[in-house]
Write a protein that binds this ligand. Structure first.
Ligand SMILES: Cc1cc2nc3c(=O)[nH]c(=O)nc-3n(C[C@H](O)[C@H](O)[C@H](O)COP(=O)(O)O)c2cc1C
Length: 308
């Protein structure tokens, strides 16, 4: 059975995954934290926590709140910074058999380009995921992702700064995701990730105060799946030459298969990891079983079938 998917077809080296299941940024640390739990190298790829130029402490606590059908998080891009990532994490990744993609975020277009320049040629880093969609920081990030021209500017700057495959991760907090997807495709994105979290909030009726220290946070989990799926379906209708990667509420193999049928070439597992760290391998197994039952030899034969 052929589960391989190419997630940077226009890039010189490409980014060929042995299967379409990967972890979503911010829900699987740097991968190293999970190595002892299962064979993480059986996954298609690992996407690490959002990385900035300087280390970040993140937002005030509390930073996670449960809601019906999902969670809100307002981590605020707490991370070790790109220098520590290069020194401490990349050498470990370089020994792995699974590609690691580094999720990057910045306050300015130049920040993104600078991080991309710093990781260029570092063994252990196979690609970049440009996060222009984090709703939990005061400056930058989602501001770039909410408008086609600034989304294109960030994409172009990173594209120029690196020879690595560049994925761009979009926000659902916009009225017109298709225009933004078209803009980043035009600007040189090798793949497009749909979607990051939806901005939301919860209020404690006893204290009469917002629950999250940051007031608002990003909504993820099963509740966002229909929105994410709809966005993949819509973007797949207009973009044929740039692979899409589905993210949002994928908890089971059946969720993942819906995204593939909608037109995603691969999927990211996020909130599910916080409940069951083995979720990505279980979902991979479920996809394999589905293909077997359907008598399909090649996963690519089912991508986008819901559109045909
Ligand atoms: C605790 C937490 C931290 C996250 N951190 C990041 C991040 O650093 N960068 C990013 O692009 N997305 C981040 N995300 C978004 C996820 O990668 C994913 O796109 C989103 O949660 C939707 O998928 P899910 O419903 O499967 O979780 C985070 C999500 C959660 C729940």
């Amino acid at each position: 059975m052929d589960l391989k998917v190419q997630l940077a077809p226009k890039n010189k080296t490409g980014l060929l995954l042995k299967n379409p299941v990967m972890t979503a940024s911010g829900t699987f640390g740097y991968g190293t934290e999970y190595e002892h739990l299962f064979d993480i190298q059986s996954l298609g790829a690992i996407v690490c926590k959002g990385t900035t130029l300087e280390p970040r402490q993140g937002n005030p606590q509390p930073r996670i709140a449960e809601t019906s059908g999902g969670i809100l998080n307002s981590i605020g891009l707490q991370n070790i910074g790109v220098e520590a990532l290069i020194e401490e994490k990349a050498p470990i990744w370089a020994k792995w058999n699974v590609p690691v993609v580094v999720n990057i975020a910045g306050n300015s277009v130049e920040d993104y380009a600078e991080i991309a320049r710093k990781v260029e040629g570092v063994p252990g880093i196979q690609g970049l995921e440009v996060n222009i969609s984090c709703p939990n920081v005061k400056a930058g990030c989602v501001e770039f992702g909410s408008d086609p021209s600034s989304a294109a500017r960030v994409t172009e700057a990173v594209r120029k700064a690196t020879s690595l495959p560049v994925w761009v991760k979009l926000t659902p907090n916009t009225a017109d995701v298709v225009s933004i997807a078209l803009a980043v495709a035009e600007a040189g994105a090798d793949a497009i990730v749909l979607i990051n979290t939806l901005k939301g909030m919860v209020i404690d009726i006893k204290t009469r105060r917002p629950v999250l220290g940051n007031v608002t946070g990003g909504l993820s989990g099963p509740v966002v799946k229909p929105v994410a799926l709809r966005m993949v379906y819509e973007v797949a209708g207009v973009i044929k030459d740039v692979p899409l990667i589905g993210s949002g509420g994928i908890m089971t193999a059946s969720d993942a298969i819906e995204f593939l049928l909608a037109g995603a070439s691969a999927v990211q597992i996020g909130t599910a990891n916080l409940i069951n760290p083995r979720a990505p391998v279980e979902i991979l197994e479920g996809i394999r079983l589905y293909l077997q039952e359907e008598g399909r030899e090649d996963i690519k034969s089912m991508i986008g079938l819901a559109r045909k």
